[in-house]
Design a protein around this ligand. Structure first.
Ligand code: UDP
Length: 244
């Protein structure tokens, strides 16, 4: 291949993982006091915060929909989140990712319950190391749940891809940049639907199928962690109430 080897002779990746392993994940729900809902996720070296405001009166007013709430999403990378300082102004990539993430969340939000209002979702990437759209989506879905907004399900997201000719789960930045392909997906277990399916790079049809199935398996594992993180928040809130 003539490039840096990303998988060694023992089958271990640059960060010591096996092909089907997720990065270590830490999820916290209700991190922020002032937002209506929030969640913070560390996945490997990625550190991402999501916050939700709303439903609130729609601004500008002309965006108001008489029969539903409208969803707005801003995915933003902090200037210090990447090795080379990023301009704080929204880039083309951030505008595209904001749209893609909003569209991936739309199927679960019961917007019809809140006509003439707006729900704002903010995703702040504090530290990036590949896969930020997926981690951001997983966090945003939890922030919506934490805001008490009725949902049809949770959205869980994870990527799989091709690195050194092998199909691997949850690519880090090096694998994303030096690997052959990256395929981020989002899945809604309660509805049994995919709400995001993207691909960057090249794979054979059978590799693509294998990658999507592996990413789906990653989503299912992340979903279990999302549920556990929500339960933990409510257990802690209850314990606090009991102590008062
Ligand atoms: N990245 C960067 N500078 C940028 C944008 C991205 O260093 O301005 C890095 C960052 O680690 C990010 C990775 O490139 O996670 C992959 O970016 P991509 O556009 O594939 O989106 P992601 O995989 O984060 O969803």
């Amino acid at each position: 291949m003539g490039k840096t080897r990303l998988i060694d002779e023992n089958g271990l990746r640059s960060d010591g993982r096996r092909a089907d392993e997720l990065r270590p994940i830490k999820i916290e729900v209700g991190t922020l006091e002032n937002a209506n809902g929030s969640a913070y996720i560390e996945q490997g070296k990625c550190k991402i915060l999501a916050a939700v405001y709303g439903p609130h009166e729609a601004h500008p007013r002309h965006l108001t929909q008489p029969d539903r709430a409208i969803l707005r999403c801003r995915y933003h990378m902090a200037p210090f989140s990447v090795p080379e300082r990023k301009s704080p102004a929204p880039s083309r990539r951030e505008i595209e990712l904001s749209k893609v993430i909003r569209e991936s969340l739309e199927p679960v939000v019961m917007t019809e319950l809140f006509p003439r209002t707006m729900i704002d979702i903010f995703i702040e990437v504090l530290q990036a190391d590949g896969g930020t759209r997926c981690v951001g989506l997983t966090a945003a879905s939890l922030a919506l749940a934490d805001a008490g907004i009725p949902l049809r399900g949770l959205v869980c997201a994870c990527a799989a891809g091709k690195v050194d000719g092998q199909i691997v789960l949850d690519l880090n930045d090096l694998e994303d940049k030096e690997g052959e392909a990256d395929c981020p997906i989002a899945f809604i277990p309660q509805l049994n639907v995919f709400s995001l399916l993207q691909m960057d790079g090249l794979m054979l049809a059978e590799e693509y199928e294998k990658a999507v199935n592996l990413a789906l398996e990653g989503c299912r594992r992340i979903y279990e962690m999302q549920i556990e993180a929500i339960k933990k928040k409510y257990r802690e809130a209850k314990a606090e109430d009991n102590n008062q």
